[in-house]
Design a protein around this ligand. Structure first.
Ligand SMILES: [Zn+2]
Ligand SMILES: [Zn+2]
Length: 227
């Protein structure tokens, strides 16, 4: 009997009326309806048109207005869910406690969102060697097991990552470029979708976007699970 990956309750009695009435196969869910409803999906007509943050109307948020004053590049991010309490708890368990199986909760939904963007190539944000050693996996690639992606980016070898989560907003906005392009031939002339788990200040994904754009990409967009 299937059990919810998040709350560990049995899911057998939780089919909704619609699922029972419609003659469609019930999608293989890895978390129960109650847990799923704790996540708050962002609708693009009520989101910042630049970073994807949830707003009451479609406009440009204050953070993005600041970015636009200093940045010369065209970059838009779409975010799937609000980084609310449930999402923070999920990330805590998935990323920081390293429970790789939890990726299955969002995998079908996230894959659909990635495919919908119809980019020529999908580029997950890389993680440092140090993170790979402690966590054992790249949390972005973990969400994309059934998506073909490329890795034109690498983390600078001399870049000692101070964990983002332990730094304040100001430090993160100042942080220097952590990436290099290791495979420029993958990018030139292509439309590129950069994928990350969480958009916090936007600093990381914008560093990646700038390099990819400078390497000759035709278009660069972002997609994050949360914002
Ligand atoms: Zn549950
Ligand atoms: Zn914004």
């Amino acid at each position: 009997m299937a059990e919810c990956l998040l709350c560990h309750r049995s899911m057998s009695h939780q089919l909704t009326l619609t699922q029972l009435l419609l003659p469609v196969p019930i999608e293989k869910r890895c978390c129960c309806e109650r847990c799923w409803q704790q996540f708050e999906a962002i609708h693009s007509d009520k989101a910042c048109s630049v970073c994807g943050r949830q707003l009451t109307t479609r406009t440009i948020c204050q953070d993005c207005q600041k970015w636009q004053k200093q940045a010369t590049m065209e970059f838009k991010n779409r975010a799937c869910f609000v980084y609310n309490e449930a999402m923070q708890a999920f990330m805590q368990q998935y990323k920081f406690a390293g429970d790789y199986r939890l990726a299955a909760v969002f995998e079908p939904f996230f894959r659909q969102q990635v495919n919908r963007q119809k980019a020529d190539i999908v580029v997950p944000i890389p993680v440092s060697e140090e993170t790979m050693q402690t966590r054992g996996f790249n949390q972005v690639m973990g969400l994309l097991p059934n998506v073909v992606y490329q890795s034109p980016l690498a983390i600078k070898s001399n870049w000692h990552k101070v964990r983002q989560s332990s730094k304040n907003r100001h430090d993160r906005l100042q942080s220097p470029q952590p990436f290099i392009i290791s495979r420029p031939e993958l990018i030139a002339g292509k439309s590129v979708l950069i994928v990350d788990d969480v958009y916090t200040t936007g600093r990381t994904i914008r560093h990646a976007a700038k390099l990819i754009q400078d390497a000759g990409a035709r278009q660069v967009n972002g997609l994050t699970l949360a914002r």
